[in-house]
Design a protein around this ligand. Structure first.
Ligand code: PRP
Ligand code: URA
Ligand code: MG
Length: 209
């Protein structure tokens, strides 16, 4: 069974408190989502493997550490996942970026697919799927299934706020996928929104409401 890691870093908790506020505007919301993504990325990459490499410092020959060469990909679930990409790329600048377009039908809450463009060699990459919100889990479960159908095996999921229902669905459907979660909230409301949550992440990032 894969790990579920709930972030306890004070900077992450502080910044999540800020974006939850109704009166945090689009510019600050978007910027803070990026900062939180970067901080969660730091935790989510903790288990990457290193190898020893011989290098020359200005003083002598030395053995240093380098990432073992496994290539990485970041896959945001559109739209809201886009808000996490720049923060991720700040720490992993060489990563390729794939895009999966899904929206949640407001009546059924089921995900509807409208776009998928992935790096050609994504099956060989360590893939980080990013979406600020894990609510019923329908969208992330579907996105990860799309990646598995393309042959991806090493998949991690990062979100900023999760509901217990979404975590359970992910654990049941994709028990091999590690989850890195900024905050675990209480429940979903009757419309499938996370409580207390932060509202609609996509609308708040892009200012569409
Ligand atoms: O876990 P779920 O119940 O599937 O809900 C979570 C999904 O809902 C939101 O996307 P939304 O459908 O609002 O699309 P958007 O990002 O384009 O706003 C969010 O960004 C997730 O992708
Ligand atoms: O609370 C929620 C649930 C789904 N999608 C969001 O953007 N927010
Ligand atoms: Mg939305």
């Amino acid at each position: 069974m894969a790990k579920v890691v709930i972030m306890d870093h004070p900077l992450i908790q502080h910044k999540i408190g800020y974006i939850r506020r109704r009166d945090t505007g689009t510019k600050d919301f978007r910027q803070t989502i990026g900062e939180i993504a970067m901080l969660i990325c730091y935790e989510a990459t903790r288990d990457l493997q290193l190898s020893d490499v011989k290098i020359e410092t200005p003083i002598c020959t030395a053995t240093a550490k380098a990432l073992k060469g496994k290539k990485m990909a970041i896959v945001p679930i559109l739209r809201a996942g886009l808000g996490m990409v720049d923060g991720m790329l700040t720490l992993i600048p060489a990563a390729k970026v794939g895009h999966i377009g899904l929206y949640r039908d407001p009546e059924t809450l089921n995900p509807v697919e409208y776009y998928c463009k992935l790096p050609a060699d994504c099956a060989e990459r360590e893939v980080f799927v990013v979406d600020p919100m894990l609510a019923t889990g329908g969208s992330s479960v579907a996105a990860i299934q799309m990646l598995k159908d393309k042959g991806c095996k090493n998949i991690h999921f990062m979100c900023i706020i999760a509901a217990p229902e979404g975590i359970e669905k992910m654990k049941k459907t994709h028990p091999d996928v590690d989850m890195y979660v900024g905050a675990l909230d209480e429940k979903l409301n009757d419309h499938g929104y996370i409580v207390p949550g932060l509202g609609d992440a996509g609308d708040r990032i892009f200012g569409t409401k």
